[in-house]
Design a protein. Structure first.
Ligand code: AMP
Ligand code: ZN
Length: 113
């Protein structure tokens, strides 16, 4: 656990969140500032800073589980969905704990800003 990390605090129950899924070290919560009618965040319970750090640690199984859960949650929306992994300052990452955004419930524009 990273004591300064919002998502680690959610994992520890120190900050409340609306849980959408929790199993096998992976958690999904509702985003507090939703950008679409469905906006979930899927992340590993253990602290990993971002997808680049994760790749270097060679934990492909965990990435696969993360994407599988994100896709399962997204697929509940008949109209389709989008998975997003913002990474680093130029990627728009504001929380330094790896997470996958699941966006759905309205047509999403492309390209993103
Ligand atoms: P990103 O900007 O890609 O790092 O995404 C971080 C996301 O976390 C943003 O969409 C925020 O709205 C969301 N967020 C920040 N704090 C919380 C919180 N306490 N509970 C739920 N979502 C949060
Ligand atoms: Zn963390």
């Amino acid at each position: 656990m990273n004591k300064d990390c919002i998502f680690c605090k959610i994992v520890a129950g120190e900050i409340p969140a609306k849980m959408a899924h929790r199993a096998n070290g992976i958690m999904a919560i509702e985003d507090v500032n939703p950008q679409a009618p469905v906006h979930l965040l899927v992340f590993p319970e253990r602290h990993v800073a971002d997808i680049a750090e994760h790749t270097f640690k060679g934990s492909a199984d965990e990435i696969a589980c993360l994407m599988e859960i994100a896709a399962e949650l997204g697929a509940k929306n008949a109209g389709g969905f989008r998975l997003v992994v913002n990474t680093g300052p130029d990627g728009g990452q504001t929380v330094g704990h790896l997470h996958v955004h699941v966006l759905a419930g309205r047509p999403l524009m492309w390209p993103p800003g």
